[in-house]
Design a protein around this ligand. Structure first.
Ligand SMILES: [Fe+2]
Ligand SMILES: [Fe+2]
Length: 171
C-alpha cells in the first residue's frame, strides 16, 4: 500500500529531526574537544553516530514504502556551552523534544491506520525511553560530580568506554 503523503511529510520531518540531533551532538563533540575532555568527546561522537543511524533507518523505511525522501536544511548548532552540565541539559531537552516529535508521527500513523508505520515507529519509541534515561542519568552524574575536577576526570575516563548502540558508561 502506497504511503500517505501526510505520513511521508511527517517522516521526512523526523529524518530532519534526527539529522539536526546528530549535528547538535557533533557540536558537543567540538566543545568537549576544546576543553580536552576526550572521554566525553568520544561518548558524544557515538551519540552523533547513533542519530545518523536513526535518520538512515527512517530514510530506508520511507524508501522501502515507495515514498520520496526530501532532505531539508539543518540549522546551525551552537558549540558554546558554559559547563559540562549545560551540555547534558541541552541533550536531555533535545531528546525530550524528539520523543514528542516521534509521538506526533505515531499519532498521525494511528489516525490514518498505517500499521506498517506504527510497527516501524515502535523501535523509535523504545529507543527514546533509553535516550532520555541515558541523558538523565549522565546529567545526574555530572551534577553529582559538581566542581570536583578529580571526579570529573574519572567520569571522563568512564565515558570513553561507551560501546556502540548505547551500551557502556552512562547507559
Ligand atoms: Fe534519534
Ligand atoms: Fe537521540
Amino acid at each position: 500500500m502506497a504511503i500517505d503523503p501526510k505520513i511521508q511529510a511527517a517522516i521526512n520531518k523526523q529524518i530532519n529531526h534526527e539529522m539536526t540531533a546528530a549535528y547538535n551532538y557533533l557540536a558537543m563533540v567540538v566543545y568537549f574537544d576544546q576543553i580536552n575532555l576526550a572521554g566525553f568527546a568520544f561518548w558524544m561522537q557515538k551519540q552523533h553516530e547513533e542519530e545518523l543511524a536513526h535518520a538512515s533507518k527512517l530514510f530506508k523505511y520511507l524508501s522501502d514504502r515507495g515514498g520520496v525522501v526530501e532532505l531539508e536544511a539543518i540549522p546551525k548548532p551552537s558549540a558554546k556551552f558554559d559547563s559540562v552540565a549545560q551540555v547534558f541539559e541541552a541533550a536531555l531537552a533535545m531528546e525530550q523534544a524528539n520523543t514528542a516529535s516521534i509521538n506526533s508521527v505515531y499519532a498521525l500513523a494511528k489516525e490514518m491506520n498505517d500499521y506498517a508505520t506504527l510497527s516501524h515507529l515502535q523501535w523509535f519509541l523504545d529507543e527514546q525511553v533509553e535516550e532520555e534515561k541515558t541523558m538523565e542519568e549522565t546529567l545526574g552524574l555530572v551534577r553529582f560530580v559538581g566542581d570536583d575536577k578529580s571526579a570529573l576526570l574519572t567520569l571522563n575516563n568512564q565515558m570513553a568506554n561507551r560501546q556502540d548502540e548505547g551500551e557502556g558508561a552512562g547507559g
